[in-house]
Design a protein around this ligand. Structure first.
Ligand code: PLP
Length: 379
């Protein structure tokens, strides 16, 4: 049961239900209500609470507290990084390298920059979804100021070799490296310190919406998106949300503590699901074998992704077509990038799994998919 609806939920990549412990932490910290920027004792108490949350997150991620910027979500964090880095470096160069695997909050920010005169090159991806490192090398130039690559993409779940990309970029000291780690945190181990900036949001790992984090390596300078005043950092003004920060830290702490156990469980149900889907005629799996097990992208011959979503919804099952923020009824860019098959990209959809997914949920999904595909074949 989700929010009073009797639905079976397979859309954890879009959002996860908040953990009870996170909600309790939010309520506790919300009592410390004063403005953390106020220069009196009540403000200092709130500021201390924020510092405690930031320090805990930094410790869990093995970075410095001064490197964490609180935002309203991963979309803001991505925009702050992409626009902030390039505006700062605009006199050094206007060339950017990125991928077709990015979330719209990265690709949209890049399109905005392109309209302002920046030049964007897209790196090819290999059939297994990882970026072609030789192609990346060939695209980099003296005036390349940004390379933006997601650690895990939200449609296929492909894990990118972030460490190797960072190594390649060492030959280009003027090129900043932004990593969208939104689908990586809680799903795979990632060392964000190899990037100049990295974004994520706790609502993807059983935390709350409306909160996000941008990691920014200490010596990197960013043009802020929001001008006016300083807060916990000069890079993001406005009254910081004490309760959201505490909830984010709690969600991250739980995600780290329970990581191995959750991953083992999801890996097992992913294997069961992959085996069953492969037996259903008309369904083909797009997610590469090395993708995070939480994301399984599938195409259905003759059935558009949006149609599959509606048919499953009628049977009480929530899945997703692309990421929730992307433009509807257009082919999936990540599926296009790995298959070069427009039909397959248009008929793709995404199942996402969690440690909360039960074997009964999987059985119900398989049964529904068998019924839908049989019915479509008979038509
Ligand atoms: N980046 C990726 C890879 C995502 O999957 C998402 C959300 O789906 C976002 C960024 C945006 O996150 P938010 O909703 O917190 O702005």
């Amino acid at each position: 049961m989700y929010g009073g609806l009797n639905m079976i939920y397979f859309d954890y990549t879009a959002d996860t239900p908040p953990d009870q412990r996170v909600l309790e932490e939010y309520i506790r910290a919300a009592q410390i209500f004063a403005n953390p920027n106020s220069k009196h004792s009540a403000g200092a108490e709130a500021a201390n609470e924020i510092s405690r949350s930031i320090s805990l997150m930094a410790k869990l991620l093995d970075v410095r507290p001064g490197e964490m910027i609180l935002t309203s979500g991963a979309s803001e964090a991505n925009n702050l990084a992409v626009k902030g880095l390039t505006f700062t470096d605009r006199r050094r160069g206007k060339h950017i390298v990125s991928t077709f695997l990015e979330h719209s909050s990265v690709s949209g920010a890049l399109t905005f920059l392109q309209e302002q005169g920046w030049e964007i090159d897209i790196v090819n991806v290999e059939p297994d979804g990882t970026i072609d490192l030789e192609h990346l090398r060939s695209l980099l130039r003296e005036d390349t100021v940004l390379c933006a690559v997601c650690a895990v993409d939200s449609e296929l779940g492909t894990v990118q070799p972030i460490g190797q990309i960072a190594e390649i970029l060492k030959d280009y000291p003027d090129c900043r490296f932004h990593v969208d780690a939104t689908q990586a945190v809680g799903k795979t181990k990632i060392d964000i310190s190899c990037a100049d900036t990295a974004s994520f949001a706790p609502h993807k790992f059983y935390g709350l919406k409306g909160s996000g984090i941008l990691y920014k390596r200490e010596e990197i300078v960013l043009e802020p998106l929001i001008h006016g005043g300083a807060s916990t950092t000069i890079y993001r003004s406005g009254t910081p949300d004490t309760a959201s920060a505490a909830a984010a830290a709690k969600a991250l702490e739980i995600a780290e503590c329970e990581f191995e156990e959750r991953l083992a469980y999801v890996t097992n149900i992913n294997r069961i699901l992959r085996d069953e889907i492969q037996k259903i005629p008309g369904l083909v799996i797009n997610s590469p074998a090395h993708a995070v097990p939480h994301i399984l992208n599938v195409s259905s011959t003759g059935i558009k992704g949006s149609q599959m979503q509606a048919l499953l919804n009628e049977k009480g099952i929530c899945i997703s077509v692309k990421s929730a923020c992307s433009v509807p009824n257009t082919p999936s860019r990540p599926v296009m990038a790995i298959t070069h098959d427009r039909r397959r990209a248009l008929s793709s959809w995404r199942i996402s799994l969690s440690h909360l997914t039960t074997e009964q949920d999987i059985e119900a999904l398989i049964k529904a998919l068998q019924e839908i595909t049989e019915h479509e074949v008979e038509k």
